[in-house]
Design a protein around this ligand. Structure first.
Ligand code: PHB
Length: 400
């Protein structure tokens, strides 16, 4: 059974209709894991996309936008590939977007490349994905944005000398390991163990992996898991094994401190240092506006997280591409119109690097603190305008 959900945003202004303009409809194919392990992520991106349209009702004018949504179901790749094929051949979409898991983006790439459809990535973080095809641009992040910055901060700010790295064993996990290690060792640290910790499709029992890390007695334990329930499992195991009391500091990209999961993490998470491009506590006008509108729409206890903001910014990028190309979305012109595009995002100023088609953005160093009985992100430093360092330094597969 294939799932097909369609929604229409009437973005054309009434004034344009009154003037007799034809409202051309742009079809956007959205591939997300609407069910299964990544369902909460999909909901965040979906809501972020809707929030952009709600807060910027004329962004697409005079064009109408139709979203055709397909379920990628799991991180396995095969269902995501079929979804992309169907969106292109049956639904005749103009652009493909969404995608939580790198494995799915990698599986979809030959399909979008052969069809010459623009492919705008709203999450998948493996650095080299954008090098696979000129039809790809990314508004989310590369694992190197946070991983490399965290490696540098661990050595220079936290004065760590030794690290163990634990990572979910698929492309963004391996990328996070290389990113962290490259910066940490360049600044004088040493990675003394590298631990693959299961796959993205199911939350593993982290106990044996964390026990191995604890036995190595590193100064810091850098962990990448694909956010959500994986991250809650990380925090619970870190607490249960008494690693904090043993003097091992847990660090990582902000995937392990996703805003939507903070309150399920327990007190072991207090003091955790992460680097990321977004948390709901960021103090800027665009973020305050988004968070207030979000709470009004989805409830006082709800919050956008980094995936929501990536959906929001993705819609902003598509709106720009649609208008810049007067509704004609061939891959070359759409991607070219994004080169150098700048936007005032809830995560701070962002742009698309004209050379790499990847995002340039601030990275924020945060400490998890407790305030009024709740875990909150305290922002303790900003690294401005960070590029994907994998492509800048040409390390490993980004040296192509
Ligand atoms: C990915 O598969 O690229 C991915 C998924 C979830 C994350 C980060 C990266 O939190």
């Amino acid at each position: 059974m294939r799932s097909r959900l369609v929604s229409l945003f009437a973005a054309a202004s009434l004034a344009a209709f009154a003037a007799g303009a034809t409202a051309q409809t742009v079809k956007i194919g959205v591939v997300l894991t609407y069910t299964g392990v990544g369902a909460e992520f999909a909901q965040q991106i979906d809501r972020g996309m809707q929030m952009f349209v709600k807060l910027n009702p004329n962004a697409f004018a005079p064009y109408k936008v139709e979203l055709v949504k397909r379920d990628a179901k799991n991180p396995g790749g095969a269902d995501a590939k079929t979804a992309a094929q169907e969106l292109i051949t049956q639904d005749k979409v103009d652009i493909i977007t969404g995608v939580i898991y790198s494995s799915n983006a990698i599986a979809m790439e030959p399909v979008v490349t052969a069809a010459k459809k623009p492919f705008l990535i709203m999450n998948a973080g493996t650095a080299w994905i954008t090098n696979l095809s000129p039809v790809i641009a990314r508004v989310s992040f590369s694992m190197w944005h946070a991983g490399h910055a965290m490696g540098d901060a661990a050595a220079k700010m936290m004065k760590a000398k030794t690290a163990v790295v634990g990572y979910t064993d698929y492309p963004p996990g391996k990328d996070s390991l290389i990113a962290f290690k490259t910066a940490f060792e360049a600044a004088g640290g040493k990675v003394i163990d590298e631990i693959p910790m299961g796959g993205p499709g199911k939350v593993p029992d982290f106990t044996p992996f964390f026990q191995r890390a604890k036995d190595r007695k590193p100064d810091v334990f850098f962990v990448f898991v694909p956010a959500g329930d994986h991250a809650v499992g990380v925090m619970k195991t870190y607490g249960a094994l008494g690693m904090k009391q043993a003097g091992i500091r847990l660090i990582g990209p902000g995937d392990i401190t996703q805003d939507t999961k903070l309150q399920s993490m327990g007190d072991a998470a207090v003091g955790l240092i992460t680097v990321h491009h977004y948390n709901a506590n960021l103090d800027n006008p665009a973020n305050k506006r988004l968070v207030a509108a979000w709470k009004k729409e989805y409830g006082a206890d709800s919050t956008p997280d980094f995936m929501a903001v990536q959906g929001y910014d993705g819609m902003a990028a598509i709106a720009h591409g649609v208008r810049a190309n007067k509704g004609k979305l061939d891959a070359d012109s759409f991607i070219n119109s994004l080169r150098g595009w700048k936007f005032d995002s809830p995560r701070g100023p962002i742009s698309i690097d004209p050379r790499t088609r990847d995002i340039v953005m601030n990275e924020y160093l945060s400490e998890l603190t407790k305030s009024g009985g709740r875990l909150v992100q305290k922002n303790i430093g900003t690294i401005p305008a960070v590029k994907d360092m994998c492509k800048e330094l040409r390390v490993d597969r980004c040296g192509k």
